[in-house]
Each structure stands twice: as structure tokens, then as C-alpha cells.
Ligand binder design. Structure first.
Ligand SMILES: [Zn+2]
Length: 270
């Protein structure tokens, strides 16, 4: 599943190239998770101002309105000077004067949704409850700690929920908790400011490293994700159950929280 780093690297892969382009036409394939919400013809003639990211949404800003793009479980975007004929999994094309933006999405949990602005109810519904951006200036250790104090669920699940800080997916949550030395089952409200500060830094670190790693593969990025759907970081604990911890040598453990697998080291995480 594309996570925040993949979405950010996707954004960087085409944002500069599409900025300033004029939309010539658009094409829809099979239905996606949500309807486009406007006539395809209404997009023609609009200008692309730029591309932003909010959580796992890409916001393609137009001179009138914007397109919210989500990659769902299996989506990938390409932006090429000319697109070959649409394949069976190509469900959205935006033809512009500078190239063709194409969404390929075999499982069709992704979506392209038109909004008149960020105050459009459809945009508010999709973006309104997202937490702060982990790589942005608003992600502050003290505010993060105050948010944790109000949440009594296990820290791993609080990270995944995305309403406190957005985009910390399953892999990155496990890895960040390892780096911070915090057990995934610890109640969020019991984490001290000192430990919350460590976790804050760890979240930024794992995500920034993943973006950096993805950035180094940007040249060949147009053609989708790796096998596992995330950048292959040297995982400390994720998917390493039974293998020795890279720090202390004890066997990494696996448990299930909220139907998601969690990995941790019983020696390094208290
Ligand atoms: Zn360990």
C-alpha cells in the first residue's frame, strides 16, 4: 500500500513538470472508490498551478478548483509526455499541454475527486480530520505529547489512527517505536514528555529517510512501487519476528493490534 513517503516521492516526481500546464481533456476508466464529482469536459481549459500533499492525498491545484488524488491500496501515478493507449487498470487520465497524468489502479481503492476549493464539503470530508503533517513545521514535540496525554489507546494504534499525526503507516509506526524504545502496547497517555520527544524525532526520522530513499529511485519511479509497496528500508523490527534484534540480539516479537501486525524487541522497548 502506498504510504506517505511514496505519495510524497510521487508528488516530487511530477509536480514541477505539470505546473503551468493547461488541461486539454480527461478520461475515466472503471469507477474508482469515489466519483469524480464533476463533468469530465468541465476540466478542459483549466490550468494546473501545482501539486501539494496532505497526508496521503495529492492536491492538484487548478486555476478553478482542485483534484484530490488518493492512491488507495494499489494505485500509482505516472506523468509522461505521451501516454500509450489506456490499459485495463488505467482509470483516470488528465491530458495536458505538458504531458499525461495517469492513474493506474488494479484494485480501484484509489480515487480522483474534484473539489471547488478546500472548503468544499467533499474536501472537508476527506481532509478535515487529518492530523498534522509529520514532516511539516506544525509537528511539535510538546503539542504531540499533549495529544498523547488525551489518548488512552496503545501508542501504536494512536499513531496509525492519523488524527494526531498523519501518514505514520504500519511499518513506520513499528520502526519509530523501536527507535524511541517504546513498547507498542504502551498507553499513549502514559508516555512522558521526554519519551514523546524521542518518538517525535523517530517518526520524522523514519519518514524522512524513506522519502530520501524513494527520492534516489525517482528516475525510474513512474512505474509503480516495489513488491511490498513501500521503500525497502533496512527494517529494525518490521517483519522480522524471531530474528535477532540488530541492537541487542534478542528475538524480535510479533503481536496483533487492531488487526495489524506489530513487531517489537522485548529487550530494547520498554
Ligand atoms: Zn533489541
Amino acid at each position: 500500500m502506498p504510504e506517505l513517503p511514496e505519495v510524497e516521492v510521487t508528488r516530487r516526481s511530477f509536480a514541477d513538470r505539470i505546473a503551468g500546464a493547461q488541461v486539454l481533456a480527461a478520461r475515466l476508466g472503471k469507477p474508482l472508490r469515489w466519483p469524480l464529482g464533476c463533468d469530465l469536459q468541465a476540466l478542459a481549459g483549466r490550468q494546473v498551478l501545482g501539486v501539494r500533499r496532505r497526508g496521503k492525498y495529492l492536491l492538484v491545484d487548478l486555476d478553478r478548483g482542485l483534484l484530490l488524488v488518493h492512491l488507495g491500496m494499489s494505485g500509482s501515478l505516472s506523468f509522461t509526455p505521451e501516454a500509450p493507449a489506456a490499459g485495463v487498470h488505467d482509470h483516470f487520465d488528465l491530458f495536458t499541454t505538458q504531458g499525461v497524468l495517469r492513474l493506474n489502479d488494479p484494485r480501484r481503492f484509489g480515487a480522483v475527486v474534484h473539489a471547488t476549493g478546500e472548503d468544499d464539503p467533499v474536501a472537508v470530508k476527506l481532509l478535515g480530520r487529518l492530523g498534522v503533517e509529520p514532516l511539516g513545521p506544525d509537528f511539535d514535540p510538546q503539542v504531540f505529547h499533549a495529544g498523547l496525554r488525551r489518548r488512552h489507546a496503545p501508542i501504536k494504534q494512536v499513531l496509525l489512527a492519523g488524527d494526531l499525526v498523519v501518514g505514520v503507516g504500519n511499518i513506520y509506526a513499528s520502526e519509530a517505536l523501536f527507535l524511541a524504545g517504546i513498547r507498542p502496547t504502551t498507553r499513549a497517555s502514559r508516555i512522558s514528555l521526554a519519551r514523546a520527544t524521542l518518538l517525535h524525532a523517530a517518526v520524522k526520522d523514519v519518514l524522512a529517510r524513506a522519502v530520501e530513499k524513494g527520492g534516489s529511485t525517482l528516475r525510474d519511479f513512474s512505474n509503480a512501487w516495489g513488491e511490498e509497496g513501500y521503500f525497502q528500508l533496512e527494517a529494525m523490527v518490521y517483519d522480522r519476528a524471531g530474528e535477532p534484534c540488530r541492537v541487542c540480539g534478542r528475538a524480535v516479537r510479533r503481536l496483533v493490534q487492531g488487526q495489524r501486525a506489530t513487531y517489537y524487541c522485548p529487550g530494547c522497548q520498554a
